[in-house]
Design a protein around this ligand. Structure first.
Ligand code: UDX
Length: 459
């Protein structure tokens, strides 16, 4: 089949490469000529495991084309996928400026029947808006052309995007048109091989499904973070509690890992967008507001632990913190809404210096942090430790899971670790003489090697 994909971000590029891999002929359109140029050279402008290889192979085999010209993509395709960004506006609502622009461009350029597919995460009612915009452009051209607008939200996770697309849990298609649904079924049949995986429903239900899924997952995370905070207070261990509740199949083990709060380009934006949608309908979404509130304060928890620890050592001012992890989660270079940025903001505002390392997100973080003189982004995992008074682990990259603890101990001025992802066994760190603070578990306070030594350091 011939497909046009507008927008070459995570969703657009992954979808394009995966459709091309199944033999489809795919035109990717992006307004940014630099991005088109990079992709035409077989390089990928975002970090996503396996994506560059997939893009290069399909480009080399002539099934994947990149162009800044939407007309070129449209003329060659039956399907037009809208995969542009819907960033949060100042009022928390999704900004649909890019989606509107694509809809107008489609209306201005199309010459025959098209199936327009909304893949961007968009509020309920957007498909109707897209339909009206296309129709009004056709009207002003004096053309009577048929088209369909379908909602087909994407559920891929950064870091696993290619395999999520190749093996989806489900494919949601929102349309009332049986023929369109059948064509999409054919398009998706190599990915959703069993018939039940493809769920056809009304357009508004499909749009709502995407928000409901992300808000449910965000709710699980805020829930477990709240339970973790209570565990700390009452002397319980969140690891045990998680196992205890996860074994109930109605609850399950997934997405109940406590941590530094959820970040990324989806959860924070989608929770806030659904809150706005509810308000527009004069409904008060108390639970969603609580999910957001818990997350906002959870992003400050690790910084508060650092501040509390150093308060007995003269405060954080003039101290240096080594930080492992800047990306909002492992296996991505994305720092959008990353908890690390919040932690850095809190601590540098109190006068702490931060030396940070991330396997992939260093460059993106350095760009965002360029006006903050309190932070230095370093290219080596262990050199951040030199001269630092403590280590904070913020992202759960695999290479942080079994680190050289002896080296950490010898490099740090005070052997203390603040672990936002519960990566290490507290008993082992205790035996090695570390002080260790984690999330929802009791801290290890190693007075001999920890604070006492620290005190002499600042006196
Ligand atoms: C998410 C959804 O998972 C995906 O289906 C949707 O299409 C887009 O949004 P993504 O933002 O890539 O994907 O990341 P995800 O792996 O879901 O993690 C989101 C955030 O939640 C991260 O900050 C992560 O660290 C945090 N998280 C996740 C937890 O704190 N605990 C968990 O148990 C799981």
């Amino acid at each position: 089949m011939d497909i046009c994909i507008v927008g070459t971000g995570y969703v657009g590029l992954v979808s394009a490469a995966c459709f091309a891999e199944m033999g489809n002929n795919v035109y990717c359109v992006d307004v940014n000529p630099d991005v088109v140029e990079t992709l035409n050279q077989g390089r990928v402008h975002i970090f996503e495991p396996g994506l560059e290889e997939l893009v290069r192979r399909n480009r080399d085999q002539g099934r994947l084309h990149f162009t800044p010209d939407i007309r070129e993509g449209l003329d060659n395709s039956l399907f037009v996928f809208i995969c542009v960004g819907t960033p949060p506006g100042e009022d928390g609502r999704a900004d649909l400026g890019f989606v509107r622009q694509v809809a107008r461009d489609v209306g201005r350029s199309m010459q025959e029947y098209k199936i327009v597919v909304d893949k961007s995460t968009v509020p309920v009612g957007t498909a109707d808006m897209v339909r009206e915009l296309i129709q009004s452009e056709l009207d002003s051209r004096g053309l009577e052309l048929e088209f369909d607008v379908v909602s087909n939200p994407e559920f891929l996770k950064e870091g696993d995007a290619v395999s999520d697309f190749m093996k989806p849990d489900r494919v949601i298609v929102g349309t009332d048109n049986i023929r369109t649904a059948e064509l999409l079924r054919v398009l998706y049949s190599p990915f959703a091989r069993s018939r039940e995986k493809m769920m056809v429903m009304g357009v508004r239900s499909a749009e709502m499904t995407k928000y409901a899924a992300n808000c449910m997952l965000a709710t699980k995370i805020s829930f477990i973070n709240e339970i973790a905070n209570i565990c700390e207070k009452v002397g319980a261990d969140i690891g045990d509690v998680r196992r205890g509740i996860g074994s109930d199949h109605r609850i399950g083990y997934h997405f109940i890992y406590p941590g530094v709060g959820f970040g990324g380009s989806c959860f924070p934006k989608d929770v806030s967008a659904l809150i706005s949608t509810a308000h527009e309908q004069e409904y008060t979404p108390s639970l969603l507001r609580a999910v957001e509130d818990v997350n906002r304060s959870q992003k400050k928890v690790l910084a508060r632990k650092v501040q509390e620890y150093f308060s007995e050592l003269g405060g954080v001012q003039g101290k240096t913190l080594a930080m492992w992890g800047l990306a909002f989660k492992a296996n991505t270079d994305d720092v959008r809404e990353a908890p690390a940025l919040e932690i850095i903001k809190e601590l540098t505002a109190s006068g702490m210096q931060i030396k940070a390392y991330d396997p992939q997100a260093g460059e993106n973080a350095a760009r965002v942090l360029q006006d903050n003189p309190g932070v230095e982004v370093v290219k080596d995992q262990y050199s951040v430790l030199q001269g630092a008074h403590a280590l904070a682990v913020v992202t759960e990259w695999n290479q942080f899971r079994n680190p050289d603890l002896k080296r950490i101990k010898s490099e740090l001025e005070i052997p203390v670790i603040f672990d936002g992802r519960n990566l290490y066994p507290p008993r082992m760190l205790e035996e090695m003489g570390f002080s260790y603070f984690c999330m929802g578990r009791q801290p290890v306070l190693n007075s001999l090697a920890g604070k006492a030594e620290g005190q002499s350091l600042i006196s």
